[in-house]
Design a protein around this ligand. Structure first.
Ligand SMILES: *Cc1c(COP(=O)(O)O)cnc(C)c1O
Length: 453
């Protein structure tokens, strides 16, 4: 199996190189040259299922025995025996809880594996890397937890000072590992992201420090998320619909890939908060950039969904040149549209789109609590609101629960009057000492810090 860039002008690479590269050199995203199919879904543990889904993507770079060991180790960090349990919500509607990993958000499913993949590949090559990343909350803690025991990886995470929640900050700053650094930047999340981009664009600095990234465009993250769509197929009968609280389009793209691989996924409902660029696209065939509004579901407060580029590449008949040109115009003018025949072929059969504003989000958290006694987080609530709109008699609907309610306790308390408690393994989070640094929004200062790390 080889991988090609969605912009058609980067070297074709094998699996291990794609994992380490993250972004392609032409600015595109790597995709496999074709979609493998799974003829029969294996029985066994979640880790066994994951191993067999991944094998066709590895192209011999990693042996089945090694991959099996990496998966077993990665998913042993989840606190539920089913790893991603399905629970009943209301008739015909279930939640798949993706938040039983170490940092309480679905990003653990991919990042626990990715950290181990990095360590394995780097050990074999006798190389070391420094991962730099910016976070508005969930990604930073999940990335740190994924690599905190890796000998060949240093990680430096920038976060906007005073603008991440206490739980999110403490999940990063209380990790006591010699290879982990966190930096509070005097600025916004966008400033942090710009600093990371600037470090990657500084070629001598990038090479000297062997910089690497684990952001949501990394192929291995998308691949890891395909598994739980197959897991749904092991637990429900017949075709099913899945609703996905969406930001960067990574999670829902994994559902589309599962469908290409033969999973009986019927509809994928893209659920947006007030930052609804994707929902507007699915309704109008045009993607138009507006500003980002802060909402109660901050991990979905995104202006442009980077993983959408992988679907666009398919819609363009895998023409990288055409995709690159469309994306260039999109960057300049803030608008991108597709033709109605592309819509009929790729979008209409599979995708549905819904939205929930802050009021809907709180009302949904409240109604779920009143009907079932269950507390759900605001991201999951955006999904549940959309799912209720698109549920059809006789077709199971599964909403992906992307965060534990205790990760966003303020919104849950506002809606229900009840403050959700952190699970046992994090109950001492507020007693542990914090270790972090503070830096101005200044590239030279940040580069000097990374160099010393
Ligand atoms: C990252 C995140 C999302 C959005 O997922 P994408 O793959 O970016 O679409 C949704 N909910 C939570 C809790 C998240 O952390």
């Amino acid at each position: 199996m080889q991988y090609v860039s969605t912009r058609g002008a980067a070297p074709i690479l094998g699996f291990s190189d794609v994992v380490l590269a993250g972004l392609a050199t032409d600015g595109g995203l790597y995709v496999p040259e074709s979609w493998p199919t799974i003829s029969s879904v294996p029985k066994g543990s979640y880790a066994d299922l994951a191993t067999s889904i991944f094998l066709p993507y590895l192209g011999g770079d990693i042996s089945p025995e090694t991959m099996s060991a990496l998966c077993a180790d990665a998913y042993s960090t989840f606190r539920h025996p089913d790893v991603v349990p399905l629970v009943n919500l209301e008739p015909g509607h279930q939640l798949m809880e993706l938040f039983h990993g170490p940092t309480l958000a679905f990003k653990d499913v991919a990042l626990q594996l990715l950290g181990r993949l990095f360590d394995h590949i780097l050990t074999e090559r006798n190389e070391k890397v420094t991962i730099v990343g910016a976070t508005s909350g969930d990604t930073g803690s999940a990335a740190i937890d994924g690599v905190k025991n890796c000998d060949n990886v240093n990680i430096v995470i920038l976060y906007p000072k005073g603008r991440v929640s206490d739980v999110q900050r403490r999940q990063m700053t209380t990790v006591d590992s010699p290879n982990v650094r966190t930096v509070a930047i005097d600025g916004t999340f966008d400033d942090c992201q710009d600093l990371v981009k600037a470090m990657f664009n500084d070629a001598p600095f990038r090479q000297r420090n062997n910089l690497s990234a684990v952001n949501s465009i990394n192929w291995a993250r998308v691949m890891a998320q395909v598994v739980y769509y197959f897991e749904i197929s092991r637990r429900v009968v017949g075709p099913f619909d899945v609703t996905v609280p969406t930001g960067n389009f990574g999670n829902v793209l994994s559902g589309w890939i599962a469908q290409q691989m033969g999973a009986p996924v019927r509809h994928l409902v893209v659920a947006s908060n007030e930052n609804d660029i994707l929902t507007r696209f699915f309704e109008s065939l045009a993607m138009n950039v507006t500003g980002v509004h802060p909402t109660l579901s901050p991990s979905m407060d995104i202006q442009v969904s980077s993983n959408f580029e992988r679907l666009l590449f398919e819609m363009n008949g895998r023409d990288g040149g055409l995709s690159a040109e469309q994306l260039r115009v999109f960057r300049d003018k803030g608008t991108l549209s597709v033709e109605s025949d592309q819509y009929e072929q790729w979008i209409a059969p599979t995708f549905r789109a819904g939205r929930a504003n802050n009021h809907d989000t709180l009302a949904t958290i409240r109604s779920v609590y009143e009907n079932s006694g269950m507390l759900i987080d605001p991201h999951t609530a955006v999904g549940v609101k959309a799912a209720r709109e698109f549920t059809e008699e006789g077709v199971p609907m599964i909403t992906l629960a992307t965060a534990h309610p205790a990760k966003f306790p303020d919104a849950v308390e506002r809606a229900t009057g009840i403050r959700p408690e952190l699970p046992e393994h994090l109950s001492n989070l507020f007693d542990l000492p914090e270790k972090t640094s503070e830096l101005p929004n200044d590239l030279a200062a940040v580069e000097a810090f990374v160099e010393r790390s």
